[in-house]
Design a binder for this molecule. Structure first.
Ligand code: AVI
Length: 319
């Protein structure tokens, strides 16, 4: 029988969330952090997004990972400690752990305890030789890495899904600096990045016909109401996602359908009718753009793999 690996639990407390939300609502324009999308329901809805026909990112990245795995394994080298920022559903992780040569350990760092436990339980059962060392934490903050029993040759940070694009450039550089630290001298980082292309392809991915993305965005408010006692009226807001070509990113907002007040921790915030609160960025990259961010973190792009249409890329970064 498989025993669940020991969990390092640094999950954010309701006080952390309240602090972030109060700070975001005090800004002009108002802003909520997208990292709070991923409670249990939010993680389920994100999984559902990845199955929508318009959301090409996951489908293409999985195929690309599969097609490029031999080259990735050769570039990464044997006996890696794989450290994943976010654990997702584990589909990409499974391909990576299967394809790398003799991986020693796997550490997913994931903010949602339910998503972390579900994926870790499955992976631990499937990969008996790989020590699984889960950490429940916000990976945007420094996280001490657990040490595997069998020494690894190097660390490989795995950050698929173009999740880097959910951060502003300044935050992305901070995250890349954290990766620089985690990977050590001989390590690397394997990033999945969505590439710039026609808005006709990008915009529908964030406005699917079934409305799953809209439910995902609105779930942020339901989650905050439950966890920090705010009183957002879910019928009072609607999802809006637009591709801003100059910035090369999708900008997602919750737009107030009417003038209304929202209370958080006894503080009242007024929304005008039509006021747009920013909730997520999804940056789309060019190679020079990514190289510039990496350089600010002391990293170089040393290998690149794209799908045949150049819609999505995998990039290996090293010091
Ligand atoms: C997780 N992240 C990379 C997704 C994205 O594409 O920005 C989250 C998402 N938001 C709406 N749809 C998907």
């Amino acid at each position: 029988m498989s025993v669940l690996p020991e969990l390092t639990d640094l999950q954010p407390t309701p006080d952390d969330i309240t602090g972030d939300v109060l700070a975001g609502l005090a800004r002009v324009p108002k802003r909520l952090p997208s990292k709070y999308f991923y409670d249990r329901r939010g993680s389920e809805l994100f999984e559902e997004i990845t199955r929508q026909p318009e959301y090409y990112l996951t489908r293409i990245e999985l195929a690309l990972l599969e097609a490029s795995m031999a080259g990735i394994a050769a570039a990464v080298g044997p006996r890696a400690h794989v450290v994943e920022y976010g654990s997702g559903s584990g589909r990409k992780t499974r391909l990576l752990l299967d394809g790398l040569e003799d991986p020693v350990a796997y550490t997913p760092i994931e903010i949602s305890r339910s998503a972390l436990l579900a994926s870790v339980e499955r992976l631990d059962r499937e990969f008996g030789d790989v020590e699984v060392l889960p950490v429940c934490a916000d990976f945007t903050q420094p996280v001490p890495l657990p040490q595997p029993r069998r020494p690894a040759d190097h660390a490989l940070v795995f950050f698929p899904g173009s999740t880097l694009g959910n951060f502003t450039d300044a935050e992305a550089v901070r995250l890349l600096r954290a990766m620089h630290q985690t990977m050590g001298d001989r390590g690397g980082a394997l990033l999945g990045i969505d590439l710039q292309k026609s808005p006709d392809i990008i915009e529908p991915a964030y406005n699917d016909a079934q409305g799953v993305t809209a439910r995902f965005t609105l779930n942020l408010l339901a989650r905050l109401n439950r966890d920090i006692g705010s009183d957002f009226d879910l019928d009072g807001f609607e999802h809006r996602a637009t591709y801003v070509e100059d910035a090369g990113r999708i900008e997602t907002f919750l737009v107030s359908r009417r003038a209304q007040d929202v209370t958080v921790e006894g503080r009242t915030f007024h929304f005008t009718a039509g006021e747009a609160m920013q909730v997520e960025y999804s940056q789309k990259y060019t190679d020079p753009g990514l190289a510039a961010l990496a350089a600010q973190a002391g990293l170089k792009v040393v290998e690149a793999w794209n799908d045949p249409q150049n819609w999505f890329g995998l990039r290996l970064l090293q010091r």
